[in-house]
Structure formats: C-alpha cells, structure tokens
Design a protein around this ligand. Sequence first.
Ligand code: AMP
Ligand code: FE
Ligand code: FE
Ligand code: ZN
Length: 273
Amino acid sequence: MRFADLHLHTCFSDSTYTPLELILGVAKAGLSTIAVVDHDTTEGIAQTIEIARLKDIEVLPGVELSAEHEGIEIHMLGYLIDYESKVLQEKLDYLKQNRIERIFKIVDKLKEVGVPLEPESVFDIAKQGTVGRLHIARAMVKEGLVSSTSEAFQKYIGDKCPAYVCGFKFTPIEAIKLIKDSKGIPVLAHPYTLHKDELITEFAEKGLMGLEVYYPEHSQSMVNFYLNLAKKFNLLVTGGSDCHGNAKSGIKIGAIKIPYELVEKLKDAKRNK
Ligand code: AMP
Ligand code: FE
Ligand code: FE
Ligand code: ZN
C-alpha cells in the first residue's frame, strides 16, 4: 500500500522545514507521495521535487491561497497546478509584496500596544518565499515577547486581536478560478474552519472540485459528514497533515496518511479537464 500526505508546507512559506528536512521527514514517515502547498507561493516546489527524486518520493505541485467570504477566512488548495503559469506568478508576486507591507503594518500595531518588535527580526526568520503571521509569532517568541506562537495569536495577531491586520484575500470564486486558469484542481482546505457547511454546496456549484476530508482537526463524524458531501456533489476527496515543521507544535508529517487511490483520482481529474 502507498500513502500520501497532501498538505505540507516548507520554509518558503511558514514551515520551519527546508525542502531537504521535509523530504527526510517524509521518507521516515514512509510516505510515497506528498503535495507541497505553501501559502501564496510556489518557490519551494522545484527544489523539493529535485531532492525528493533521490528518495523516490513523488511531489505534487500545489499552493494554498487565502480567500474570504462574509468575514470567514477560507483556504483554497490548488493541486497539480502549472506552477510556472504566467497568470499565477503575476498574482503570487503581488501577494508576496502585499504580505511584506502587511508585516510593517502589524509591527506598527504591536508598537501601539507596547510590544516592541522590529520588522527585521521577522524578515530574518522568513528568509525566502512569503512572509506571514507565523513568522511574526516566531519572532515574538525569539525576542521573549511571548512564550509560544499560540500565545502570540491569542493575545496579539489572531483574528479580532489588537494587532490583527487583514492581508489580501481573494473571494473563494476568484481563488477557484485562478487555480483552474493555472490548470490545477481547486480543493477546499480544512472545511471545519468555515463553520458554515452551506457554503460548500455553493462553492461546489461554482467550480470547486474537491474537499480536504481528512485533516488532523476533523473528528470521525466530521469525516463521515464531508465524505457524504463529497459524494453528493461529486467532489474529489483529499487529506493531509498541514504540518508546519516546528512552527506549529503537535502536528507531524504523515499525521494524516491517505491511500494512493485518492491521488490517482486527483490525477485522473487533471487528465480529464
Ligand atoms: P497569514 O496567512 O499570514 O494570515 O497566517 C496564517 C497562518 O498562520 C496559518 O496558515 C497558520 O499557518 C498560522 N496560524 C493561524 N492561527 C494560528 C495559531 N493560533 N497558532 C499557530 N499558528 C497559527
Ligand atoms: Fe501556515
Ligand atoms: Fe490553511
Ligand atoms: Zn496549510
């Protein structure tokens, strides 16, 4: 039996793992296939594929885009994208710049509430790719301003907190369209975070092709519920750990392992597009 973890990040977004560290972990976990789905960037994909080849591990190219609908943050995964696509790279360049500007805004807000964090300490941690709130949280831990990344989110940079700054967000339909325009398969990430299942029906009618049914935070009853939804709307089923290395404690590579059969279905969907 071959198994896959289709939700992994690298240090090109907000995981602590370099492509090499990621692949060594994947080999140790006994997986045959992974997907790299960094936030708003594909910069880590080529390097990961190259290293993975040495260990006979298959890497599906992907991306995780942030969207928003009526105040709800929605993450859209794009699998098997043509990551060199010009339309995609133009958007990602914009998002990368937007994320840098957002760091300065967050740091300003932190100063206002008496937390002295320099932007440089954030950029020192986010050396490449895209920068985000998890880098801020890690910089805050490093500077001794909080004792954990989760404390940073809870007290300062989480949604509705004093130093929260909203980044650029697509509408879910725009994210779906961009992924399809880049020849990829749009899959709704960690659907439990929506707390509004009617939206899944709406997205399915507007081009969504899959649902991340298997996810560490999904209980067995949620899994059954999403499996039924996927069946009802003819959606592909995926799953993954969303491991961020040591940046988010507790979730290891391969925490979710899905049978290779589901990867085959994803590939079939791409072939039949
Ligand atoms: P951003 O895209 O910059 O808004 O950052 C969002 C990312 O921060 C998510 O994808 C997670 O990787 C991480 N994150 C969100 N909430 C938390 C939390 N409570 N603790 C740790 N990491 C978090
Ligand atoms: Fe993340
Ligand atoms: Fe996500
Ligand atoms: Zn993720």
